[in-house]
Design a protein around this ligand. Structure first.
Ligand SMILES: [Zn+2]
Length: 329
């Protein structure tokens, strides 16, 4: 609960200081060189009617999804606003089975960092969509781009879709260009630090007035092509604000034992193992999967086991054992 609130604040802060992908201009960005003519949109207060347009994956940058497949969103783990001046946004490299300088730092310094500091460095789950905004007062009917957090947008969208799916087996994928459904999102106002922002509150699916042609997929931005995936060395230098890599081991072995830095004293290892085994036996009070369904449900916000669930989630995440929880449609 405590931690959850902080996550929430962080998102709000990003928005209040206008650091969204669309307007953020210095430091490292998640997406670079996007094609001209595509603008990021924000949700409006009240009803937002959107058609989500799928895109073709055109590179090997989309973690765990193959080139040539069609996806309706990009789901990506990002270290947000880290490094000197908190100006860098890095695509987390562990998603590609590689070592990530920020995750390494986080692991190595876990005992020294405050909960806040650790939370800030931890990768955040972000989602990106191609959308056509159909809300009445917006005339623009071309494809725009929408960025949100997985927790605030995609998990709620998915939950509603799953509900509809259980209710009616005949339902089609909502993002199908020719037979899909429009998505109605209610934007609710919230105020933080005197600034107002819009929170996606309620999701529903409604019949489309007009369908699209299959060709619209070619007009959608293939986000993966524009993902700014840095090398370990580039990210290390930017994150630590140094010109060169310091003494870090070069071998490319698996992530389990990769962090052999200051934190890997026998005492520290013992402590970690103890924590690991003590959280291994916890069950989710809501009947979901402890350490896997972390932050996926509304009940997570109030959960007393939230912190240990996060720790287990992170451990498995950093060991790259998480399953592909994110199937399309
Ligand atoms: Zn990382």
């Amino acid at each position: 609960m405590k931690g959850k609130k902080r996550d929430y604040r962080e998102d709000l802060m990003d928005e209040a200081v206008d650091r969204s992908e669309g307007s953020f201009s210095k430091g490292t960005r998640v997406l670079t060189n996007l094609p001209e003519g595509y603008e990021f949109v924000k949700l409006q207060k009240g009803n937002n009617l959107l058609d989500i347009i799928p895109f073709e994956i055109k590179s090997s940058n989309y973690p765990k999804k193959d080139k040539g497949r069609i996806a309706y969103h990009l789901f990506i783990n990002v270290h947000r606003f880290v490094g000197p001046g908190e100006q860098h946004n890095f695509v987390c490299l562990t998603q590609y089975g590689k070592k990530c300088p920020v995750c390494e730092f986080l692991q190595a310094n876990k005992s020294k960092l405050s909960e806040d500091e650790a939370k800030k460095l931890k990768p955040k789950q972000r989602v990106y969509y191609n959308v056509i905004v159909l809300t009445d007062n917006i005339k623009n009917k071309k494809i725009s781009l929408l960025e949100s957090s997985y927790f605030e947008f995609e998990s709620k969208l998915k939950e509603e879709f799953q509900y509809k799916l259980n209710e009616n087996n005949g339902i089609v994928p909502f993002s199908d260009p020719e037979e899909g459904l429009s998505v109605m999102v209610r934007g609710s106002e919230r105020v933080f630090l005197g600034r107002t922002s819009i929170e996606p509150k309620k999701f529903d699916f409604v019949e489309r007035k007009n369908q699209h042609s299959e060709n619209i997929i070619d007009e959608a931005v293939s986000f993966d092509e524009f993902l700014n995936v840095l090398s370990y060395e580039e990210m290390f230098s930017l994150f630590h604000g140094v010109g060169e890599i310091e003494d870090v081991e070069e071998e490319d072995d698996d992530s389990e034992e990769e962090v052999k830095q200051a934190a890997d004293h026998p005492e520290e290892r013992k402590r970690r193992e103890k924590t690991r085994s003590s959280i291994a036996s916890i069950e989710c009070p809501e009947g979901h999967v402890f350490g896997k369904d972390y932050d996926n449900y509304t009940a997570c916000e109030e959960c007393k086991k939230w912190k240990s669930c996060m720790e287990k989630f992170e451990t498995s995440f950093n060991n790259d054992e998480e399953e592909d929880e994110d199937d399309e449609e």
